[in-house]
Design a protein around this ligand. Structure first.
Ligand SMILES: CC(C)(COP(=O)(O)OP(=O)(O)OC[C@H]1O[C@@H](n2cnc3c(N)ncnc32)[C@H](O)[C@@H]1OP(=O)(O)O)[C@@H](O)C(=O)NCCC(=O)NCCS
Length: 150
Protein backbone atom coordinates (compact mmCIF):
# COMPACT_ATOMS: atom_id res chain seq x y z
CA UNK A 1 0.00 0.00 0.00
CA UNK A 2 1.34 3.43 -0.90
CA UNK A 3 1.94 6.25 1.57
CA UNK A 4 -0.79 8.88 1.85
CA UNK A 5 0.04 12.37 3.13
CA UNK A 6 -2.84 14.66 4.02
CA UNK A 7 -4.34 16.95 6.62
CA UNK A 8 -5.83 14.93 9.50
CA UNK A 9 -9.39 13.91 8.65
CA UNK A 10 -12.00 12.56 11.11
CA UNK A 11 -11.42 9.04 9.72
CA UNK A 12 -7.72 9.29 10.72
CA UNK A 13 -8.37 10.33 14.31
CA UNK A 14 -8.31 6.98 16.17
CA UNK A 15 -5.20 5.76 14.39
CA UNK A 16 -3.43 9.12 14.90
CA UNK A 17 -4.28 9.01 18.62
CA UNK A 18 -2.53 5.60 18.75
CA UNK A 19 0.58 7.27 17.36
CA UNK A 20 0.35 10.01 20.00
CA UNK A 21 -0.05 7.31 22.68
CA UNK A 22 3.17 5.64 21.57
CA UNK A 23 4.93 9.01 21.82
CA UNK A 24 3.59 9.65 25.34
CA UNK A 25 4.24 6.13 26.63
CA UNK A 26 7.84 5.97 25.40
CA UNK A 27 8.95 9.58 25.92
CA UNK A 28 11.69 9.90 28.55
CA UNK A 29 13.10 13.37 27.85
CA UNK A 30 12.49 16.87 29.19
CA UNK A 31 12.09 18.82 25.94
CA UNK A 32 8.32 18.47 25.62
CA UNK A 33 6.28 20.33 28.23
CA UNK A 34 3.52 18.48 30.10
CA UNK A 35 0.70 19.57 27.81
CA UNK A 36 2.21 17.40 25.04
CA UNK A 37 2.29 14.38 27.35
CA UNK A 38 -1.47 14.28 28.04
CA UNK A 39 -3.46 12.27 25.49
CA UNK A 40 -6.63 14.28 26.20
CA UNK A 41 -4.94 17.37 24.78
CA UNK A 42 -4.51 15.63 21.43
CA UNK A 43 -8.22 14.91 20.95
CA UNK A 44 -9.34 18.18 22.55
CA UNK A 45 -6.72 20.62 21.24
CA UNK A 46 -3.90 19.50 18.95
CA UNK A 47 -6.05 17.34 16.64
CA UNK A 48 -9.05 19.65 16.91
CA UNK A 49 -9.22 21.90 13.84
CA UNK A 50 -10.97 24.67 15.78
CA UNK A 51 -8.00 25.13 18.16
CA UNK A 52 -5.57 26.71 15.68
CA UNK A 53 -3.21 23.77 15.15
CA UNK A 54 -2.73 22.06 11.79
CA UNK A 55 -2.06 18.32 11.87
CA UNK A 56 -0.80 16.46 8.83
CA UNK A 57 -0.53 12.68 8.82
CA UNK A 58 1.32 10.01 6.89
CA UNK A 59 -0.55 6.72 6.59
CA UNK A 60 -0.48 3.34 4.95
CA UNK A 61 -3.29 1.14 6.36
CA UNK A 62 -2.64 2.81 9.69
CA UNK A 63 -1.20 6.20 10.52
CA UNK A 64 2.61 5.98 10.75
CA UNK A 65 3.37 9.54 11.83
CA UNK A 66 2.19 13.09 12.18
CA UNK A 67 3.46 16.65 12.14
CA UNK A 68 1.71 19.50 13.92
CA UNK A 69 2.18 23.17 13.03
CA UNK A 70 0.77 26.48 14.15
CA UNK A 71 1.24 30.06 12.93
CA UNK A 72 3.31 32.21 15.31
CA UNK A 73 2.21 35.36 13.47
CA UNK A 74 1.26 36.28 9.92
CA UNK A 75 4.78 35.53 8.61
CA UNK A 76 6.14 32.73 10.79
CA UNK A 77 4.79 29.18 10.79
CA UNK A 78 6.09 26.90 13.57
CA UNK A 79 6.47 23.13 13.70
CA UNK A 80 5.22 22.24 17.18
CA UNK A 81 5.43 18.43 17.11
CA UNK A 82 6.70 15.77 14.77
CA UNK A 83 6.54 12.05 15.46
CA UNK A 84 7.00 8.86 13.46
CA UNK A 85 6.18 5.47 15.02
CA UNK A 86 9.22 3.40 15.87
CA UNK A 87 8.27 0.62 13.39
CA UNK A 88 8.21 3.10 10.51
CA UNK A 89 11.42 5.07 11.13
CA UNK A 90 14.34 5.56 8.76
CA UNK A 91 12.08 5.26 5.70
CA UNK A 92 11.89 8.97 4.89
CA UNK A 93 8.43 9.50 6.42
CA UNK A 94 9.49 12.39 8.69
CA UNK A 95 11.16 14.12 5.76
CA UNK A 96 8.01 13.78 3.63
CA UNK A 97 5.82 15.12 6.44
CA UNK A 98 8.11 18.12 6.87
CA UNK A 99 8.03 18.82 3.13
CA UNK A 100 4.23 18.55 3.15
CA UNK A 101 3.89 21.04 6.02
CA UNK A 102 6.41 23.40 4.40
CA UNK A 103 4.42 23.40 1.14
CA UNK A 104 1.27 24.15 3.12
CA UNK A 105 2.98 27.11 4.85
CA UNK A 106 4.31 28.39 1.53
CA UNK A 107 0.94 28.04 -0.21
CA UNK A 108 -0.67 29.99 2.64
CA UNK A 109 1.63 33.00 2.43
CA UNK A 110 4.00 32.43 5.36
CA UNK A 111 7.57 33.66 4.87
CA UNK A 112 9.46 31.24 7.08
CA UNK A 113 8.99 27.89 8.88
CA UNK A 114 10.60 27.40 12.30
CA UNK A 115 11.45 24.18 14.11
CA UNK A 116 13.07 24.19 17.56
CA UNK A 117 15.11 21.05 18.27
CA UNK A 118 16.82 19.78 21.40
CA UNK A 119 20.61 19.53 21.18
CA UNK A 120 20.29 15.83 22.20
CA UNK A 121 17.96 14.91 19.34
CA UNK A 122 20.36 13.43 16.83
CA UNK A 123 17.63 12.16 14.47
CA UNK A 124 15.85 15.49 14.30
CA UNK A 125 19.10 17.44 13.85
CA UNK A 126 20.04 15.10 11.01
CA UNK A 127 16.57 15.46 9.49
CA UNK A 128 16.98 19.26 9.40
CA UNK A 129 20.61 19.42 8.29
CA UNK A 130 20.03 16.81 5.56
CA UNK A 131 17.34 19.04 4.05
CA UNK A 132 19.66 22.09 4.33
CA UNK A 133 17.58 24.16 6.74
CA UNK A 134 19.46 27.07 8.32
CA UNK A 135 19.93 27.11 12.09
CA UNK A 136 20.61 29.40 15.03
CA UNK A 137 21.69 28.26 18.49
CA UNK A 138 19.03 28.63 21.19
CA UNK A 139 19.23 27.89 24.89
CA UNK A 140 18.78 24.10 24.79
CA UNK A 141 19.37 23.35 21.16
CA UNK A 142 18.80 24.87 17.75
CA UNK A 143 16.18 26.87 15.95
CA UNK A 144 16.08 25.43 12.44
CA UNK A 145 14.36 27.57 9.85
CA UNK A 146 13.51 27.58 6.17
CA UNK A 147 12.82 30.81 4.29
CA UNK A 148 9.98 30.40 1.82
CA UNK A 149 9.94 31.91 -1.65
CA UNK A 150 7.77 34.99 -2.13
C1 LIG B 1 12.92 12.52 14.44
C2 LIG B 1 11.96 11.55 13.73
C3 LIG B 1 10.63 12.28 13.46
C4 LIG B 1 12.61 11.10 12.39
O1 LIG B 1 11.68 10.22 11.74
P1 LIG B 1 12.09 9.29 10.51
O2 LIG B 1 10.86 9.01 9.70
O3 LIG B 1 12.83 8.11 11.00
O4 LIG B 1 13.10 10.22 9.68
P2 LIG B 1 13.48 10.06 8.13
O5 LIG B 1 13.49 8.59 7.77
O6 LIG B 1 12.63 10.97 7.30
O7 LIG B 1 14.98 10.55 8.13
C5 LIG B 1 15.35 11.89 7.81
C6 LIG B 1 16.85 12.02 7.98
O8 LIG B 1 17.21 11.85 9.36
C7 LIG B 1 18.13 10.76 9.51
N1 LIG B 1 17.80 10.03 10.72
C8 LIG B 1 16.59 9.52 11.05
N2 LIG B 1 16.69 8.90 12.25
C9 LIG B 1 17.97 9.05 12.65
C10 LIG B 1 18.68 8.62 13.79
N3 LIG B 1 18.08 7.92 14.78
N4 LIG B 1 19.99 8.97 13.91
C11 LIG B 1 20.61 9.70 12.95
N5 LIG B 1 19.98 10.11 11.81
C12 LIG B 1 18.68 9.78 11.68
C13 LIG B 1 17.92 9.91 8.28
O9 LIG B 1 19.06 9.14 7.97
C14 LIG B 1 17.63 10.94 7.23
O10 LIG B 1 18.84 11.55 6.82
P3 LIG B 1 19.35 11.37 5.31
O11 LIG B 1 18.32 12.09 4.45
O12 LIG B 1 20.68 12.02 5.29
O13 LIG B 1 19.38 9.89 5.06
C15 LIG B 1 11.72 10.28 14.59
O14 LIG B 1 12.97 9.73 14.95
C16 LIG B 1 10.89 10.53 15.83
O15 LIG B 1 9.66 10.49 15.79
N6 LIG B 1 11.56 10.80 16.97
C17 LIG B 1 10.87 11.06 18.24
C18 LIG B 1 10.14 12.40 18.26
C19 LIG B 1 11.03 13.56 17.93
O16 LIG B 1 12.17 13.62 18.38
N7 LIG B 1 10.49 14.48 17.14
C20 LIG B 1 11.19 15.69 16.71
C21 LIG B 1 11.06 16.75 17.74
S1 LIG B 1 11.75 18.29 17.17
Amino acid sequence: MSLILRRLEPVDLESTLSVAREFIETYDGTWYVDSWLDINNYSNIFFNPTEGFDTFIARFDNVAGFIIGKPADSRIYEIRHHYVMKNYRQQGIARKLKQFLTSYASDNGYRVVHSAVSKDNEASIRLNTASSWDSLPIEEGYLFFKRLPL
